[in-house]
Structures are given as structure tokens and as C-alpha cells.
Design a protein around this ligand. Structure first.
Ligand SMILES: Nc1ncnc2c1ncn2[C@@H]1O[C@H](COP(=O)(O)OP(=O)(O)OP(=O)(O)O)[C@@H](O)[C@H]1O
Length: 322
């Protein structure tokens, strides 16, 4: 009878989730089994357990059901995106880099931890509010990536007034969100070298950092400071991105270099860090970004720089993992 009851119970579990069931047995009318929820988000895990329970509960020979849910830890690579000062396009680069990485087939998430200007919801054209299950926030989906932003949790002015402890607590909520099978988590940091940066490095150990700078000397001096901090904390610099490098005339497309050219690449060389590439200053990038249409999400000319930078970043990640 027990064998027959067990066979009937397994038959009643939907076929697409049967692979996740292990060690089923019936003893004293209690059906027990192990359910493998590896890679699933909390809400999908709850759905899976309920599907199995609904399938087997009340069948002849089964008085009670005990399900042990297990999950292997998904290996996740955290990439911090920092800059020495504000306004250099760190958020623009983070968003487009995350999208470009996702377009290579990886599962990518973006954490907007910039308490001074959480702009990712606007850049990704998403005004969806994330929900929470069992106090864990579930990222929203936008432009092929998953997103959690401080800007989704509180209004802009509230975040601006935060000091140390509050900002790091918020960072924790974002990073410990329900990222499911996300493989790469890009973290858009506030500019400079403050509590959020320190907390990220101490508590989440990013695999590496990408530094964004403009070609101006001043920005590069600031960038060096950010690089120093990552170095001191033992976080490898994956590379430097030069943003707003050269101005593309919106009429004729001709490039000019109001701030000189090659400065960031030379600086990267002198600091012995990889140069990941440059993104030109163009009206099209600004307009698309402001309209919530990140250039990297389309195949147009403007996205090309970001795709090339993502490809170089992947090479670097592979090298530093080897
Ligand atoms: N390559 C670019 N071409 C044209 N405009 C750009 C480019 N990169 C960024 N911008 C524009 O510059 C402004 C600042 O960019 P962004 O918000 O990404 O900078 P940030 O460094 O994250 O700033 P903050 O530190 O204030 O958050 C935005 O209006 C953005 O659209």
C-alpha cells in the first residue's frame, strides 16, 4: 500500500517540478520529501512548495506532508561601480553596463546605492515599486535586468539626508534582496569614498570595481582617490571607463575633444589598471537616458561603446577569476 501510495503521490506532482523532488518516502501515513529550490526567488520557491503540496495532500495513505526545501547558494559576482566625484556619468555607465552584460546571456541585477541621487529607476524607465516577501525585497524587472534602488524605497530628499548607519542599512536591504539566480550584481555607488563604499567592501566583498571618470584632470585626481580606497580594501580594480570623452556634434557627427583626449587612458596606464574604453559625450545618450531608454538596450550606434566595454570587462573578470 505504501509503495502504491508513494507512486501515486509522485505521479500527482506536476511533471515540470518532479525533477526537483528527492528522497520521497511514506512512514506512518506521513509523506516526507526534499525539494530543491536552487536558483529560485523566494516567491517562486513558495509557489513550488505549494504546487507539490497541493498535488499530494489528501491522497489515500497520506495523512500529513512534510517538505524540506533546500537550495544551493548561487555564486554571484558583485561589481562595484564608483567614481571620485559626482556628475561624471557613473549611473549612466552602471545602467548601460548592466544591460550590455545581460545581453551577453548572463543574468544581471543592478543595485542603485547612490543615496545622493538614485537615478536608476528613471534611467531604466521603471516606476514600479518592489514588493517584499518575508521582509526580503523582490527586485523589479526592467530592460532585461533586475533592479533595486534606494529611489524605489524612499523619496529622493529623504535619502539625501541619510547619514552613515541609515545608508548602510539601506544598502543591506538592497544587496540582500531576493536576487534569485542573478549571476552578476552591478552596484552603482554614491560618488566619493564614504560609508556606503566601506560597508559594501567589508560586508559583501565585491569581486572588483569599475571606476568612471571624465577626461578632465580634476575628475581623474578624484578617481585616483576612489581607486586608492578600493586598493586599500583589497578589491581589485577591473578597469577605468572614460565617460564624456570627446564631443560628437549632433549635426555632422564630427568628434572634438574639448577636454583633451587620451588623458584617462594614460592615467590608467600610469596607475597600472586596465582601460575598459571610452563613451563619447553625445546629445543622443543624454536624451535617451533622460527618456528612460538606455542606449545599450538597443542595437544603435550609441549602445556600441557600452557593449565593447562590457566585453572587455568580461575578459577582465575571467582573467582575475583564473
Ligand atoms: N556620455 C554621455 N553623453 C551625454 N550625456 C551624458 C553622458 N553620460 C552621462 N550623461 C548625462 O550627464 C548627467 C549625469 O550623469 P549621471 O547621472 O549618470 O552621473 P553620475 O556620475 O551618476 O551623477 P551623480 O553622482 O550625481 O549620481 C545626466 O544627465 C546624463 O544623462
Amino acid at each position: 500500500m505504501t509503495d502504491a501510495a508513494l507512486a501515486a503521490a509522485l505521479q500527482n506532482i506536476p511533471e515540470n517540478v518532479r525533477d526537483r523532488v528527492a528522497a520521497p518516502r511514506i512512514a506512518g501515513g506521513v509523506l516526507s520529501l526534499v525539494l530543491d529550490a536552487t536558483g529560485l526567488s523566494i516567491s517562486d520557491r513558495i509557489k513550488l512548495e505549494s504546487q507539490v503540496r497541493t498535488g499530494v495532500e489528501g491522497l489515500p495513505g497520506i495523512d500529513a506532508v512534510r517538505i524540506a526545501v533546500t537550495a544551493d547558494k548561487v555564486h554571484r559576482t558583485i561589481i562595484a561601480v564608483g567614481s571620485g566625484k559626482g556628475g561624471v556619468g557613473k549611473s549612466t555607465v552602471s545602467a548601460n553596463l548592466a544591460i550590455a552584460l545581460a545581453r551577453t546571456g548572463r543574468k544581471v541585477g543592478l543595485v542603485d546605492a547612490d543615496i545622493y541621487g538614485p537615478s536608476q529607476p528613471r534611467l531604466l524607465g521603471s516606476d514600479e515599486r518592489p514588493e517584499a516577501v518575508e521582509k526580503t525585497i523582490i527586485p523589479v524587472e526592467a530592460q532585461g535586468i533586475r533592479l533595486l534602488s534606494i529611489g524605489q524605497l524612499v523619496d529622493k530628499d529623504a535619502a539625501l539626508a541619510w547619514r552613515g548607519a541609515m545608508a548602510t542599512k539601506a544598502l543591506g536591504q538592497l544587496l540582500d534582496g531576493d536576487w534569485g539566480d542573478t549571476e552578476i550584481l552591478v552596484v552603482d555607488l554614491p560618488p566619493g569614498t564614504g560609508d556606503v563604499q566601506l560597508s559594501l567592501m567589508q560586508n559583501w566583498k565585491p569581486a572588483g570595481a569599475v571606476i568612471v571618470s571624465t577626461p578632465q584632470d580634476l575628475a581623474l585626481i578624484d578617481a585616483r582617490r576612489a581607486i586608492d580606497l578600493f586598493n586599500k580594501m583589497g578589491v581589485p580594480i577591473l578597469g577605468l571607463v572614460e565617460n564624456m570623452a570627446g564631443y560628437a556634434c549632433p549635426h555632422c557627427g564630427e568628434m572634438s575633444d574639448p577636454f583633451g583626449s587620451g588623458g584617462a587612458e594614460a592615467a590608467a596606464r600610469s596607475m597600472e589598471i586596465p582601460f575598459l574604453g571610452r563613451v563619447p559625450l553625445t546629445l543622443a545618450i543624454r536624451e535617451a537616458s533622460d527618456a528612460g531608454r538606455p542606449p545599450a538596450a538597443s542595437d544603435g550606434e550609441e549602445g556600441r561603446a557600452f557593449h565593447a566595454i562590457a566585453a572587455r570587462l568580461i575578459e577582465r573578470m575571467n582573467q582575475s577569476a583564473a
